[in-house]
Design a protein around this ligand. Structure first.
Ligand code: CMP
Length: 138
């Protein structure tokens, strides 16, 4: 079993897509090990996406991610990190494979409904960004 972080972004929560997205994730065999509704501050969004700080879209991304509540989920499954990346699809929904969450629901490269950790080292930083050890005890 492996765990990974998934964020359901403000565009999805605004459009009441949290339910359909969670249903899709559960149908793919993920269990929800932890879940929180979070309103990110600008400082928290900047810190979470610090790896992108030199990118031209960084401040727009921070504005977008703070524009409404998000849901943070720790998802558990065999091969969770790689499988979740497959299930969400490419960053740009126009390039996302048919049937993926972004192909089904996302509007644009920025407003792409979900985030998923891209590697074990990333998940190891991103999960504790949102959850404490006590939240993750079975
Ligand atoms: P995510 O997988 O959360 O990782 C970084 C986020 O930045 C990405 O999803 C998009 O929301 C956003 N993003 C990535 N590339 C672009 C881009 N070219 N223009 C605008 N936003 C982007």
């Amino acid at each position: 079993m492996q765990t990974t972080l998934c964020l359901i972004k403000p565009d999805a929560t605004k459009r009441k897509l949290a339910g359909p997205i969670i249903q899709h994730l559960e149908a793919e065999g993920f269990s929800i090990a932890a879940i929180r509704r979070v309103q990110l501050s600008k400082a928290a969004a900047r810190a979470f996406y610090a790896v992108h700080r030199e990118r031209p879209f960084y401040e727009d991304l921070v504005d977008f991610m703070t524009s409404g509540p998000i849901f943070a989920l720790v998802l558990q499954r065999a091969d969770a990190i790689a499988h979740l990346r497959t299930v969400i699809g490419a960053t740009d929904p126009k390039e996302a494979a048919a049937g993926t969450i972004r192909a089904k629901f996302a509007a644009s490269k920025q407003e792409n409904c979900v985030h998923a950790s891209d590697a074990p080292e990333t998940a190891a930083v991103e999960i504790p960004f949102f959850f404490s050890t006590a939240d993750l005890l079975a």
